[in-house]
Design a protein around this ligand. Structure first.
Ligand code: F6P
Length: 343
């Protein structure tokens, strides 16, 4: 389902969005793994809503906080100086209580007590599951905003936090290349991404890696031996191999195969949670601002149970269930390109 908000004329006049749903108060929370740009999304929700005369309630600690009633009013000044900050000012959690109908019923009651007309959930597909059940069981309108470094959500070209995570990982790869080349060592670098290889693929191309292993391609790890032997024969000093954490055996498995097959000195670097931190890059801030605004408009238009995404620079609305039932593929052209350029 693709939809584009009408482009208002270029004017300094404030834009008033139609509000057929009669929304007067919305709640917003962040859930699951934090991602750089979540604060920019919260800010966009608060400021869009406020400029439409709608009050915003911030929920602390995601769905865990919602079931405990950790709600607070957020005004435009509460989100000042946050657009450049990593993490999430609302805090986040992976909630177990929310997986029970009782936990969700308590959360729904807190929203009803505060006369909340709709909930905006910034997170990944696990968080969208939680939002979906809230809508199904209690009729509370919900909108998902894709916030995860993994970029693994169907229905949006990119997720908030992805661009920054790639930059952070790339910075580490560049540094590891310096030391790797100096020692003529092989570096096997593991990046995050859960079950998806999006981060790995971008980092491999941008970092000039010799080889990349992603969960989407089940190629045998032993192929790395030939790759390394060939790069030595070509006179390369040191090699960079990128491995997505979801590839079976991870970076250690790849490094073990290299050492067993070549006897060459190999080092493993698992970048880990550093990829989730830091100030969001401009692409994440812009995406978050745009999606946060669109989420408020979506509630005002009477939409629910959808994720706002951006595809080809256009705002789209995807049923929440599609985000976990359909799989977003990696960019196959990029995968080929990584191989072509590693000669
Ligand atoms: O979904 C974001 C992510 O950072 C994944 O890349 C990673 O697999 C996971 O979260 C780590 O989760 P946790 O912070 O709970 O260890």
């Amino acid at each position: 389902m693709t939809d584009q908000h009408p482009t208002p004329a270029l004017t300094a006049e404030p834009h008033r969005h139609p509000n057929p749903a009669g929304v007067r108060r919305v709640a917003v929370l962040t859930s699951g793994g934090d991602a750089p740009g979540m604060n920019a999304a919260i800010r966009a929700v608060v400021r869009t809503a406020t400029s439409e005369g709608i009050e915003v309630v911030g929920v602390r600690r995601g769905f865990s906080g919602l079931h405990r009633g950790e709600l607070q009013i957020l005004g435009p000044r509460d989100v000042a100086n946050t657009i450049q900050r990593g993490g999430t000012i609302l805090l986040t959690a992976r909630s177990h209580t929310w997986r029970t109908p009782e936990g969700r019923a308590r959360g729904a009651q807190h929203l009803r007590d505060r006369q909340v007309d709709g909930l905006i959930v910034i997170g990944g597909d696990g968080s969208f599951h939680g939002a979906h059940y809230l809508q199904q069981e209690h009729g509370i309108p919900v909108i998902g905003v894709p916030g995860t470094i993994d970029n693994d959500l169907y229905g949006t070209d990119h997720t908030i936090g992805y661009f920054t995570a790639v930059e952070t990982a790339l910075d580490a790869v560049d540094k590891l290349r310096d030391t790797g080349a100096s020692h003529e060592r092989i570096f096997v670098i593991e990046v995050m991404g859960r079950h998806a290889g999006h981060i790995a693929l971008d980092v491999a191309v941008a970092g000039g890696a010799e080889e990349v292993f992603i969960p989407e391609d089940a190629k045998d790890v032993s192929c790395v031996v030939d790759v390394v032997k060939e790069s030595v024969a070509k006179g390369k000093t040191g090699s960079i191999i990128i491995v997505a954490e979801g590839y079976p055996g991870g970076a250690q498995g790849v490094a073990d195969a290299i050492e067993a097959g070549t006897g060459m000195e190999t080092r493993v670097s698992i970048l880990g949670h550093i990829q989730r931190g830091g100030s969001p890059v401009s692409s994440d801030r812009v995406l978050a601002s745009r999606l946060g605004e669109a989420a408020v408009y979506a509630l005002m238009e009477g939409r629910s149970d959808v994720m706002v995404g951006r595809q080809n620079h256009t705002i789209t609305f995807i049923p929440l269930s599609d985000t976990w039932e359909k799989r977003k593929d990696v960019n196959r052209d990029l995968y080929r390109c990584a191989k072509t350029l590693s000669i």
